[in-house]
Design a protein around this ligand. Structure first.
Ligand SMILES: [Zn+2]
Length: 376
């Protein structure tokens, strides 16, 4: 028992030392001593272990304030481990990799037509392996693959429980896992965006994330965690509806869901337009396009006001749409919100997200980085 207790102290000291490399860009023995109070033999032993495992690297010298003598500096080895993220769409996939700091290190978009077949999942894992090779990532240092799903997933993140945009209900991670040597997890896409945004902003307060891409997603962050509710269906506010006789059919089978007013697929006609061509017309003040844009923004404002009445927390506009939103757009939305709010608002609660590149794949990969750091 005594030995086990000693082992757990040693493990804890080792983990604490590693975590320090996330608080400081450069670390010396003195920095470890000042922060953790470990003895010099413990510090030396842990640095040796971290170097041997290639989790840290030497980084020149820096002067210590106490002795004035140069001391060896160390820093995190950013390629110590890699996490992969993926998002599936109807006619393409995106793959990204995150380094040990949880920063985007590589990304790629590959055209593949979705089909819920083994051939398709095999093809995707082949593309993933090609990505790992071409980006010169060490496959033995990959901690896992997170896949953002346009639907709901089980608590254990291994099964798709609801997916109507891309029909893959009941798909399990085994479809990918059998071709890959590292663990695979699923994550609801809206939750992934919320995690990515929370990480980027270092926000700790509760918030609602309204993620606008081809489809709409919403997620609630409560006490630093996604609030999923008893059966994982909380935060799917895109399917709130009240005008049941509305003729806008939602993919969920109901009519008039917020999705049918706010998703990008309702803003542009994807057979003839792209978001880029749409915003080119906006920037050239095309009156017809501006009218459509303002009608759309009025819908977005309506959705935001409804969400705000449900939970009085900041609302972060996130997802692909953020690439096209300007301060002027936020100003327009805030003005509209103040006009239609039931309550007088003291301060603005709308914020613009920061993750513009592959937020779903990014957020799906992020928990794997965090888990590795926590469980070291
Ligand atoms: Zn719906």
């Amino acid at each position: 028992m005594k030995d086990q207790g000693m082992k757990s102290v040693q493990k804890n000291n080792f983990a604490e030392t590693f975590h320090l490399f996330y608080r400081y860009d450069r670390v010396s023995k003195q920095v470890i001593s000042d922060n953790l109070g470990h003895s010099l033999p413990t510090i030396t032993s842990n640095l040796k272990k971290l170097l041997n495992r290639e989790l840290i690297v030497k980084d020149g010298e820096f002067l210590t304030q106490k002795t004035g003598r140069p001391a060896q500096a160390y820093k995190l080895n950013e390629s110590a481990f890699t996490s992969l993220g993926m998002e599936l769409f109807g006619n393409y996939i995106t793959i990204i990799s995150l380094n040990a700091r949880g920063e985007l290190s590589a990304k790629e978009r590959i055209d593949i037509i979705f089909e819920n077949t083994d051939t398709y999942y095999k093809k995707i894992t082949d593309e993933l392996k090609k990505f790992v090779d071409s980006k010169k990532l060490d496959i033995d240092r990959i901690v896992g693959l997170g896949i953002g799903i346009q639907g709901l997933v089980s608590d254990d993140q291994r099964r798709v429980v609801y997916s109507k945009i891309l029909p893959m209900a009941d798909l399990t991670t085994a479809a990918f896992q059998k071709y890959l040597p590292f663990p695979v997890t699923f994550l609801h896409d809206a939750d992934a965006v919320a995690l990515a945004e929370q990480h980027a902003s270092k926000r700790t307060e509760d918030a609602i994330y309204l993620s606008i891409g081809e489809h709409l997603g919403t997620a609630m962050m409560v006490d630093g965690k996604i609030y999923n509710g008893a059966r994982g269906r909380s935060g799917t506010m895109e399917h709130i509806t009240i005008a049941m006789d509305d003729n806008r059919l939602c993919y969920c089978g109901r009519h008039g869901c917020i999705e049918t007013y706010v998703a990008i697929s309702t803003l542009i006609d994807e057979s003839t337009e792209t978001l880029t061509s749409f915003f080119d017309l906006i920037h050239s003040d095309d009156s017809d396009t501006l009218r459509r844009w303002h009608q759309y923004l009025n819908n977005v404002a309506e959705a935001i006001v409804n969400l705000h009445m449900f939970a009085d927390s900041p609302i972060i506009l996130a997802g692909e749409i953020t690439n096209y939103l300007t301060e002027k757009t936020i100003g327009y939305l805030e003005e509209r919100i103040s006009q239609i709010s039931a309550f007088p608002e003291e301060k603005n609660y709308l914020e613009l997200g920061e993750v513009h590149t592959n937020p779903v794949a990014f957020g799906a990969a992020l928990p794997l980085v965090q888990r590795f750091i926590e469980e070291i």
